[in-house]
Write a protein that binds this ligand. Structure first.
Ligand code: FAD
Length: 452
């Protein structure tokens, strides 16, 4: 059997590594447009602020290493797949250096072409002082351009925009963070925490501009002008971070897709064409809080799905458990971690959802230090199932979001969270762990409403 893998960042790399682990003699053709594989974009802001000095350390695999995994692995780097004919199992491929094209066939295909940065319908987005933030080349270009810039405008207040704003506030730049909607990180946190996060950015001299939509970029020799629906901001460089969209054109009309153009896959990462598997930013995830498809482009999903595609391409064996799109970011000395749905998103999906917010120190006040943890829990009033959670603290609460993620996946209720067994040791927490207390606050709120 000959397997073709198109796209080799996280999903593609994971698929090839898994195939080689179990079938070291398998014939695998890997097609990748770029000259590198496995770049961790999550490290871009760390490179910009100088925590990571050498951006080449942000790769965890390379092409020769991948090719060396098996005698029948062929890596076509800087090769662009121009078209796929699923009916005849044929790819048209262009060697980007020589411009020559050739055909390759496959028995099974693993489609991992990832995503594009969303380019908003903004005029001037291709001006030289306006950059995107996705891959290694973008990282180098942004770092270089920022050297001569005093003021940097970051367009988009999702996690990438917030991370970049923080990074530039450490490097002596004046930062303007422009977000089209009112709440920063609106996919991850509700208004209360969004307000706290905006205040923390402002306290570090980031100019946070909310509810303002960028419409047009203009530039002259030294500046870029971001024109919005409310006014104009002058900067020396603008970085656009307004989200991602699946890169799925090659399979148009050949496999089932959702209206947002993400590919629908079954529990085994198999598309509606049984010989085509897909993984990573090209596909919709099975979003456990709703039980439906959702677009959640994350490296965590990409490596999981890539590995599963590498297993199931030999016969559907291991099911994908779905995701809660659990994620975290560091903001100055604090961590924001979240899982599942915000209240707003839950209500938009038709849940009769409720929320409670609680702040408590993570460990006893008699310890030399402690720190407040601000937490929000979202649940379904009818079933009492947990739908989402958000945490923010200078204490590292990242793993708590992982625990809540498992609870959402297992359909646990607020009552389960209130009483689930958690360790107590004053170094780490109070006799009631702060998550138990969050569960108890939710139960109290639900009881109060039921008594009305
Ligand atoms: C700045 C930034 C920070 C991030 N931080 C985090 C984080 O902290 N945590 C997290 O979980 N996720 C994070 N992500 C998201 C994560 O990087 C993506 O979800 C992940 O890269 C998806 O991997 P992928 O392999 O599916 O797709 P991609 O990374 O998009 O890779 C797809 C590959 O396919 C290749 N390709 C496309 N079309 C063709 C073609 N026709 N022929 C040949 N090759 C092709 C491309 O060149 C590319 O190498 C971040 C993303 C960015 C941009």
């Amino acid at each position: 059997m000959k397997i073709a893998v198109i796209g080799c960042t996280h999903a593609g790399t994971a698929a090839v590594q898994e195939i080689m682990r179990t079938h070291p003699d398998a014939a695998v053709d890997v097609f990748e447009r770029r000259g590198d594989i496995s770049f961790l974009s999550c490290g871009i802001y760390l490179y910009l602020e100088g925590v990571v000095e050498d951006p080449t350390t942000l790769f965890y695999a390379d092409a020769p290493g991948l090719a060396a995994l098996g005698p029948n692995v062929r890596l076509f780097m800087r090769h662009d797949v121009l078209s796929i004919d699923a009916a005849t199992h044929t790819l048209q491929v262009q060697n980007m250096q020589t411009q020559t094209t050739f055909a390759e066939n496959y028995d099974k295909l693993i489609f991992c072409t990832g995503s594009y940065p969303v380019v908003p319908p903004v005029q001037g987005v291709s001006l030289p002082r306006v950059l995107m933030c996705k891959n290694y080349d973008d990282a180098i270009a942004i770092k270089e351009s920022a050297k001569d810039a005093e003021t940097i405008a970051v367009i988009g207040g999702g996690y990438i925009g917030v991370e970049l704003a923080e990074a530039y506030s450490h490097t002596g730049h004046k930062v303007i963070l422009i977000n089209g909607v009112h709440g920063l990180l609106s996919h991850y946190v509700d208004d209360e925490l969004a307000g706290v996060i905006a205040a923390d950015l402002k306290a570090h001299q980031v100019e946070v501009v909310l509810d303002e939509v960028a419409l047009k970029f203009d530039s002259d020799e030294t500046h870029v002008y971001v024109r919005t629906d409310k006014g104009e901001h002058q900067a020396d460089l603008a970085v656009v971070c307004t989200g991602f969209q699946p890169m799925t054109e090659l399979l148009d009309d050949q496999v089932k897709m959702n209206p947002d153009r993400s590919i629908h896959v079954n529990d085994y990462m198999q598309t509606s064409d049984p010989d085509i598997y897909a993984a990573g930013d090209t596909v919709a995830v099975h979003y456990n809080p709703t039980g439906r498809d959702a677009y959640a482009p994350l490296a965590t999903n990409a490596v999981r799905q890539g590995k599963l595609a590498g297993i199931n391409v030999f016969g559907n064996k291991v099911k994908y458990m779905g995701t809660q799109a659990t994620s975290a970011l560091r903001l100055y000395d604090k961590t924001m971690a979240c899982t599942g749905m915000t209240l707003k998103r839950a209500r938009n999906h038709g849940f009769e959802a409720d929320t409670v917010t609680l702040t408590d120190n993570y460990r006893p006040e008699f310890m030399p230090t402690t720190a407040p943890v601000t937490m929000a829990l979202v649940w379904d009033k009818e079933s009492r199932q947990i739908l989402g959670a958000q945490l923010y603290s200078s204490y590292d609460i990242a793993q708590s979001a992982n625990l809540l993620s498992v609870m959402i996946q297992n359909r646990n209720t607020i009552d389960d969270l209130a009483y689930v067994d958690m360790l107590f040791n004053p170094n780490y927490d109070k006799p009631w762990n702060y998550l138990n207390l969050l569960g108890q606050a939710a139960v109290a709120e639900a009881d109060r409403q039921n008594k009305r």
